[in-house]
Design a protein around this ligand. Structure first.
Ligand SMILES: [Zn+2]
Length: 462
């Protein structure tokens, strides 16, 4: 071996000066195997099912697709085996990979997020290690260089209730705005200083062109006309099957989450499976997207790739309008609601629908927590009185009464309200009712925080 290596070296040394004189050496380029047209960012294994009918269509159109999961899905019941916790996560990673491989998607990554049983996106972001996940996601956007990012809607609605789903949408939006910024995680875009560079990554900044959201919300009214819709019943040119059917076949990989359902489908004949597309199972429903933002124009309801042409576009620093002017003394709904108001503002998401008043579904006989910011921008301590206006049978547990807020301070307060049982005639849920917390100071109302609350038999904790 050594002798051969020696001979090769001599040949190399002899030919090198000649070659250099003849042609310039190409510098290494980004790896084309990882270039994506569409980057999907979701929370858990099986969440990709929210968008696989569209992905099947996009694959027909020769789009390159990469998918990122926030967690490995290590919580919940296991319908297929005894494995639990981290072991279940290891199983579900493979199920998600298999689901996507069945469609032809193999560029799949997992962030180090952990399943969070909560409707509160802020708890999910804390549990995921927001900073670590964002750094990794920005890296993957720079690696995959997507034209378009598709993700869950970052917002809180009745139905849009999993904090982890929302967290994937928050992170994807942040990565959309950061990946093109050479000063964000600059070590990722720095060129190597050594031959075998161990620290600097040699990625380039990348500005994706569009971001679209898929909503989970029960209501559809406020989403109409906010983005494109796609029929899932059209037949794929490549597989000769309907897109919904390709999505259903892909879903069969998720044994730990839905073995009984998958087994049931396995017993069905074609006609029975066909009926699924028209049942309220959801497989036959059109896929709706909400346009988050486009840096390349195109219409609100036009095709996802409308306006997208090959090649990089310059980094677009998000345009921020002026901060809203608040009264000197004010009260507002805090928690995820005030976060999302600031988030939409910071990321220029002017198209994103939101319910007014805000809404949430919670378990009957449980508690609703109404988080508040009390802002005192006056020069002296102020006394603020909080009182609740509630539907009959709902009772304040804590948090109302008189409080003081020091000068120039913003204080967090919290009113907790005990919820009644579901009405006798209600099946699984009641119609939403309004609760409000009124704040008074110096004999005047300084603000009111309203929330529509729907009671259900079962929900994720608030
Ligand atoms: Zn999920």
């Amino acid at each position: 071996m050594l002798r051969i290596a020696g001979r090769l070296l001599i040949v190399f040394l002899v030919t090198l000066p000649v070659a250099r004189a003849q042609e310039a050496k190409p510098l290494l380029q980004a790896d084309e195997r990882y270039k994506a047209d569409i980057l999907v960012v979701v929370a858990h294994p099986d969440d990709e099912g929210a968008v696989t009918p569209y992905l099947a269509r996009a694959l027909d159109e020769h789009r390159r697709i990469a998918v990122i999961f926030g967690t490995r899905g290590s919580s919940g019941a296991n319908e297929a085996g005894a494995e639990q916790a981290a072991a279940l996560g290891a199983v579900r990673e493979i199920e998600a990979r298999n689901a996507l491989t069945s469609l032809g998607i193999s560029n799949v990554w997992f962030l180090p997020g952990k399943d969070t049983a909560s409707q509160n996106v802020l708890q999910s972001l804390a549990n995921w290690d927001h900073a670590e996940c964002l750094e990794q996601l920005v890296r993957l956007v720079r690696l995959t260089r997507p034209e378009v990012i598709l993700t869950f809607l970052p917002g809180t609605f009745i139905g849009e209730d999993h904090g982890d789903h929302q967290a994937s949408g928050v992170l994807a939006t942040e990565a959309f705005d950061l990946a093109g910024d050479p000063t964000a995680f600059p070590e990722q875009v720095a060129a190597p200083m050594k031959r075998l560079e161990p620290l600097l990554e040699n990625l380039r900044p990348w500005q994706a062109k569009k971001i679209y959201y898929f909503p989970d919300a029960d209501r559809e009214d406020i989403f109409r006309g906010k983005g494109p819709s796609y029929s899932v019943k059209e037949i794929s040119k490549s597989s000769k099957q309907a897109y919904w059917r390709m999505a259903l076949d892909s879903f069969r990989a998720h044994q730990t989450q839905a073995k009984s359902y998958i087994d049931k489908i396995a017993q069905m004949d074609e006609a029975q499976i066909e009926k699924l597309a028209t049942s309220k199972d959801g497989w036959g429903e059109d896929q709706h997207f909400v346009l988050g933002k486009s840096l390349v124009g195109g219409s609100m309801t036009g095709d996802i790739f409308e306006g997208v042409t090959p090649g990089a576009i310059p980094f677009a620093r998000p345009e921020i309008s002026a901060e809203p002017v608040l009264a000197e003394l004010s009260v507002e709904l805090a928690g995820p609601w005030s976060f999302y108001a600031e988030f939409r503002h910071a990321h220029g998401l002017t198209n994103l629908p939101q319910p007014e008043p805000p809404e949430i579904a919670l378990e009957a006989r449980g508690t609703v927590v109404i988080p508040l910011w009390i802002r005192n921008h006056t020069a002296k301590t102020q006394e603020v009185t909080l009182s609740a206006v509630l539907p009959a049978g709902w009772t304040v547990q804590s948090g109302t009464g008189r409080f003081t807020v020091a000068a120039q301070q913003v204080a967090a307060a919290r009113v907790e309200v005990d919820l009644p049982a579901l009405p006798e005639n209600a099946q699984n849920k009641s119609t939403a009712q309004e609760v409000s917390v009124r704040a008074e100071a110096n004999g005047k109302t300084i603000g009111e925080a309203k929330l529509r609350v729907e009671l259900r038999k079962r929900t994720l904790p608030q």
